[in-house]
Design a binder for this molecule. Sequence first.
Ligand SMILES: *Cc1c(COP(=O)(O)O)cnc(C)c1O
Length: 822
Amino acid sequence: MADEDGSAYNGHIEALREKEYPMLKDDNIYLDHAGTTLYAKSLVDEFAADMTTNLFGNPHSASSSSQSSTARIDDVRVQVLQLLNADPTEFDVVFVANATAGIKLVAEALRSAPGGFSFMYHQTSHTSLVGVRQESRASSCIDTETVQNLVDGAPLPDEIASAGAPLLFGYPAQSNMDGARLPLDWSHKLRRRNDITPLGFYTLLDAAAYVTTSPLDLGDQKSAPDFTVLSFNKIFGFPDLGALVVRKDAMAVFQHRKYFGGGTVDMVVCAGEQWHAPKSQSLHESLEDGTLPIHSIVALGIALGVHRRLFGTMADISTHTSYLAQRLHDKLDGMRHGNGRRVGKIYSPAVKHVAGSVVSGPIVTFNLRDEGGAWISLTEFEKTAVLKGFHIRTGGLCNPGGVAAALDLKPYEMKRNFSSGFRCGDDNDVLGGKPTGTIRVSLGAMSTVSDVDRFVAFIYEFYRSSDKSTFNQARGETRSTTAADLVVANITVFPIKSCGGFHIPEGQPWEVKPEGLAWDREWCLLHLGTSQALNQKRYPRMALLRPCIDFEKGVLEVSYIGEIPKHLPSKITVPLSSNPAYFESCDTKWRTSRVCGEEIVACAYTSATINAYFSEILEVPCILARFPSGGQGQSMRRVKAQLQHHQAGYHKTKRRVPGAFPPAIDTPPDSDSEVDQRRMLLSNESPLLAINTASLRALNTEIRKQGGKGVSADVFRANIVVDSSGQEDDLLAYTEDHWSSLQIGNHRFQMLGSCRRCHMVCIHQDTAVKSEEPFATLSKTRRFDGKVFFGTHMCYAAAANEAGALAQVPTIRIGDKVSVDC
Ligand SMILES: *Cc1c(COP(=O)(O)O)cnc(C)c1O
C-alpha cells in the first residue's frame, strides 16, 4: 500500500483525516503521537453502537450479559496476540491499566522471590522502567556497548554479579525520547548467557513507543522477550488500556507474587485459618486483580478492526511515518540562519530507514539556537507553538537517562538544576549555558506531509534569522534617551490578580507603596481543588470581571461585562478593610495556596455568595482570597524581576557571589530598606509594570506590516503607561530597556528589568477572545536570549525631596511629568 515517495499513501491519509479526525480542524496540528495518538471517529461511533445494542455484565456469572462479556474478552485477548503474531499456546496476555502497570507487575513478582532480584536497564529507558531499580537488590544503568559486550561474553557488572539473584534486563524497543531503536534480538542473545546467572536471566521489552507505528513480531517464542509491555492508547488513541504479554516459559516468576484480589483467587478462608487458593487455570486469571476493564476491552476489539481498515498493516504505517520523519529531519537539519549557523541541534538518529527497513522511530528531538548560537528557551518555544496551534512535547520527556546523554548533563548538573529551582515545565530551562530539556515532534499513522511542512515553515518563520552578521549586536545596544517630554498617560490597578483593571480617574492622586500601587493584586481567585491562583491564560473570561474600588462605601465592587447567569447578582461587594471585625458577613480562613509556583498563605473568603459568583461565571470551582500587604513569612512575597542581558547596565550591576552554589541568579538585597523595596503582593514578578506608548506604536507598526491588526495598551496589563504624545517615537521606542530609574512627579522609581511575556497578551481585554497578536510579532522582534520581552518592571525608590509629607504617603497621578535616567 505504501509507496516509495509516500505520495499515494499520504493522499489516502489526507482524505481520511477530514472524516475520521474532525478534532483536527481549527488549525490544530497534532505532533505528540508518542504521548498519545488520536482516535478515529469510526472507532468512537462503533463503540457507542456496540455499547448501546449489547448488554455487558460483570464476567464470570451465568447470566447471558455476563457470558457475552466473558466471550468478548476471550476474543480480544486472542486478537491482541494476533496483532503481535504470538501463539496463544506460548504466550499469555494480561490486561493492565497501562504499560507502567505491566512493568510494576513484573517487578512486584520478582521482588517477592526468595532473595529478590537484580536489575539492569538500558540508559534510554522510560522513567517507568527506571523505577524498577527501587525494588531490586542491585541495579545498574548500562549503555548499548555494555549490552553488546554481555552478548559477546563479557562478565556482568560487579554490583550485579555479587548480588547473586535472578536478573532482569529491561530496555525499550524504541526510545520515547529520540526514536532510536535498540536490537530486538537482545532477549534471545542474552538468554544464551545463562552461564553468568544460573538463577535466571529474564528480559523485559518496553514496546510502548515501538508498537505505536511498527509491527512487533513475537512469532518465534525462543527469541522473544520474556515480558513485553505496551499501551493501546499509543496505538489507537483509545481505549486507555495496556497489556503485559508473558512468554509462558517465564511464567514461574509470578508464582511468588503475594497479593491476591477479587478475580485472582478461587477460595479464601478468613475466620480461624488464613488460607487461600489462587486461580491457576491461566496466568492472566491469577494476575488480573479486581473487575476487568470490560468496556475498555470491548473498545480495544473495535479499535483493532477500525485501525486495520483505515490504515492497512502496521508495516504500511511504519513506512509512511518513517518517510515523514525523514523529511522533517532533513529539513530541520538543513535549515541555516542568514549567517550560516544551524537553527536546530537534532538529537534523533539521522537515518530513519535503510534498504526498505525502518531503523529508527518517527520522532525528531531537537533544540533551537538563535543566530548568535544561544539556546532558545523551551518555555518560550512552547508559548509560540501553542499560539500557532502546534501540539508538541518539550522538557525531560520522561526519559532521564536519554535526555542526560543527549544534552551531556552530568549528575551534578542535573542536581544543580534541580536545586536552583528547575522542575519539569519550569521557566528556567537554560541553565549553566545548557538546555535542560528538548523539543520532541512525534508522528503517527494519521500524520501527513502537510503537518511536517507546516511545522518546518513555523520554525523558519519564527526561529530563523535572515541577518547575515554573526551576532546581532544592534538589538542590545544602548540608545540614549533624549529629554523628551514624557507624561503619565494612564494608571491602572488590578485588585484581583488576572482579572480586569480599575483605571484611576484623572486628577485622583494614587498611593504608591513599596509593594506596588495601593490595592493592586491584593486579591486572587484560588482553584478549590488545587489552591492554585487562577490566571487569565487558562480562564480568559477573568478579563471581563471588573473590580471597582469605592472608597465612599469602603468596598471593592466586582461586576462582569460578559453574559451573567440569571440567578446570580449583577455585582458583589467585598469590604476593603482587612480587619475581620468590620465585616461579620464576610468570614475568612487562612489557606495555603500557590501563586506562580510559589507557596503562600492567603486569607480565603468563606461567603457562598462571593464564591458562587466567581465559580459560576468562570465555570471553575474557585474561591476568593486576599493577601494583604505587610505580611510576614509565607504571607509575604519577594520581587523576582531582574535585569536581562539585552539591557544596558546588566553587566554593571550583576554582582557575582564567588563560590555560591547554585550560582547566584539575583543579587541579595543589602539592607532592610532594600528588602522592603523588594516586596510585592500577588503580581508575577515585580511591584510595578510600566509600558512606553512609543514602543507600543512601534510594535503596532510591525504588526500591521505583517498584515495584522494593532493591539490596545490594555493587553499588557501595565500599571503605568508612559506617553510622549507621539513625538520622537523613533528615538523613544524601546528605550525603557535601558532606563535605570524614573522620576514621576515628585517620586523616584528604580527599574528592575524587562518584563518577560507569554501568550496571555493575546487575550482581548474587553471580549476575552484570543488571537495570535501581539505575541507572534513580539516573538519575532523582541526576543533576546531566546525569551520575549515587552515593558519594564520597577519599584518605588524614594521621594525626590527626601523629607516631608511627600515621603509619608507617596502618590502619583495622570499627567505627572516623567523624566528618565539612563
Ligand atoms: C509511553 C511510554 C511508557 C509509559 O506508558 P504508560 O502507558 O503511560 O504507562 C513507557 N515506555 C515508553 C517507551 C513509552 O513510550
